[in-house]
Design a protein around this ligand. Structure first.
Ligand code: NAD
Length: 474
């Protein structure tokens, strides 16, 4: 086997494996270097997303939702189930099986596309050579015309609450708890804190979430965040805003916390502490001193709008570079870079990346929030529509939340859509399509939406922009 390639991708996560498969599809001789070791101790492709992120968390969110619904949703339908129990071995085991299916799926896709897979930690050397260090410390060097850096991100560790992966855990640890904790602390009311906090709350843990910022979900539209906050309260997530952790100490089988807010210092004792205060780009040991690739002040690999590092033939994509840390943003950058390498026109529109939080209710948005429009002085009209007036949502007993659409006051072009409610992770796709096509609220208002479906909330919100929603006062 030759060790010279057209493209070497360092990192086999979402951004990296998309880059590799697209490069191979375009006829480029491609290799991937990845060092991830799965739960079974074997090499596992797919990075954080497939191994300890998007996919396993969704598996646990869905399992815990089934359990929660037994007591909280089924009785409304006239169905009662007595003595429902969770077998945590099966619960976690199902998640592990799904992970294995998908990480194995990436390996199969590599084989089918004739991508050469190397296991080990890759380091970029001068001249687009990549040194690979295996687990046993043995090294080999391969080279390519183009190298794509896709090394992802790792959880940020708080100096006074270091991960021990037994009591103080990160996102990966929170996917493998072997007994439902009676009390769980979560630091950070961000995406991971809310999703994984929900999983363990639904199984019965008392969950306290400590969030440093005074506003809940600051990146979301304020109306949506307000509804979500109320619903998470009903679930029993005790979210403390404007609260900063100052101490976390493991004592026996407990973690003793001190946090302070406007009322002073507070103590809290929990059985598990999930620290989810964000992630940092991961480029540790990736670059030899003389390669010339730069890192910014946050440790992210510096790239231009084409994900090029400025060093001939060296590109970088995904969580390791600027922009939101979302798997699908990495997918698109990976594919676009492969196209650019092949001399084609890659494309990533950073203005219409959908955001989804897979809680109950789900939260999804794309484009600008109402506050951003106000701050930027952009004239807009807003239309919103509640799921309470959507027949399908009521029939499902999930009539919570709303869809809110923001369109330019003069051109009517859709500038942002914000949702909280049932199935909104899927509903946002229609709005992203409309935004990509530079559509207007009138476009969506004139499109026939099937009745009865949840998508009617999008249709009615579009009508509401022009104050002509049918099933509510405008
Ligand atoms: P996040 O940035 O979403 O949230 C971190 C939260 O922690 C913020 O609200 C921040 O204010 C708070 N915080 C920071 N320091 C704190 C402190 N000392 N005390 C209390 N609060 C503090 O980060 P995350 O939830 O860790 O997720 C990491 C990344 O992974 C994010 O970029 C996210 O987009 C991505 N992710 C996405 C999904 C999804 O798309 N559904 C799911 C999981 C993770």
């Amino acid at each position: 086997m030759s060790d010279t390639f057209d493209v070497i991708v360092i990192g086999g996560g979402p951004a990296g494996y998309h880059a590799a498969i697209r490069a191979a599809q375009l006829g480029l001789k491609t290799a991937v270097v990845d060092a991830f070791v799965g739960k079974d101790g074997k090499a596992a492709l797919g990075g954080t997303c497939l191994n300890v992120g998007c996919i396993p968390s969704k598996a646990l969110l869905d399992s815990s939702k089934q359990f929660y619904n037994i007591a909280h949703n089924l009785p409304v339908h006239g169905i009662t189930v007595e003595n429902a129990k969770v077998d945590l071995g099966t619960f976690i085991g199902r998640k592990d099986k799904i992970v294995k299916q998908f990480t194995g799926g990436v390996a199969q896709l590599f084989k089918a596309n004739k991508i050469v897979s190397y296991f080990g930690k890759g380091k970029l050397l001068k001249g687009n050579n990549v040194e690979i260090t295996g687990n046993d410390g043995a090294t080999q060097t391969i080279s390519a015309t183009n190298v794509v850096l896709a090394t992802g991100s790792v959880p940020i560790e708080l100096p006074f609450a270091k991960f021990d992966n037994k009591y103080i855990i990160d996102n990966a640890g929170a996917l493998d708890i072997t007994e439902v904790p009676r009390r769980m602390g979560v630091i950070g009311a961000g995406v991971i804190g809310l999703e994984l906090g929900s999983v363990w709350r639904r199984l019965g843990a008392e969950v306290t979430v400590i969030e440093a910022l005074p506003d809940f979900l600051g990146a979301a539209d304020a109306d949506i965040a307000k509804i979500a906050f109320k619903e998470f309260g009903k679930l029993g997530l005790d979210i403390k805003l404007g609260a900063k952790l100052s101490k976390a100490q493991v004592k026996g089988n407990e973690v003793h916390l001190t946090y302070n807010d406007k009322d002073g210092d507070h103590d809290l004792v929990v059985d598990k502490l999930l620290v989810a205060v964000g992630r940092r780009a991961y480029a540790d040991g990736l670059l030899a001193d003389d390669v010339g690739v730069k890192l910014d002040e946050r440790g992210r690999i510096v790239v231009d709008e084409h994900c090029h590092t400025g060093v001939d033939g060296v590109w970088a994509v995904g969580d390791a570079v600027r922009g939101p840390m979302l798997a699908h943003k990495g997918f698109e950058e990976g594919m676009a870079v492969a196209e650019w390498i092949a001399g084609k026109s890659g494309h990533v529109n950073y203005d219409s990346i959908p955001w989804v939080i897979y809680t109950e209710p789900e939260i999804a948005w794309a484009g600008k929030t109402e506050k951003e429009l106000k701050d930027q002085g952009i004239p807009y009209r807003a239309g919103s529509f509640p799921f309470a007036a959507i027949g399908r949502a009521v029939a499902m007993n999930e009539a919570i939340g709303q869809v809110k659409m923001l369109a330019h006051a003069e051109t009517d072009r859709i500038l942002g859509v914000h949702m909280v409610g049932p199935g909104v992770s899927e509903l946002i796709a229609e709005c992203v399509v409309a935004m990509e096509f530079k559509g207007s609220s009138e476009d969506l208002a004139r499109i026939i939406h099937a009745h009865p479906t949840l998508s009617e909330a999008v249709h009615e919100a579009a009508l509401a922009v022009d104050k002509r929603a049918i099933h509510k006062g405008n």
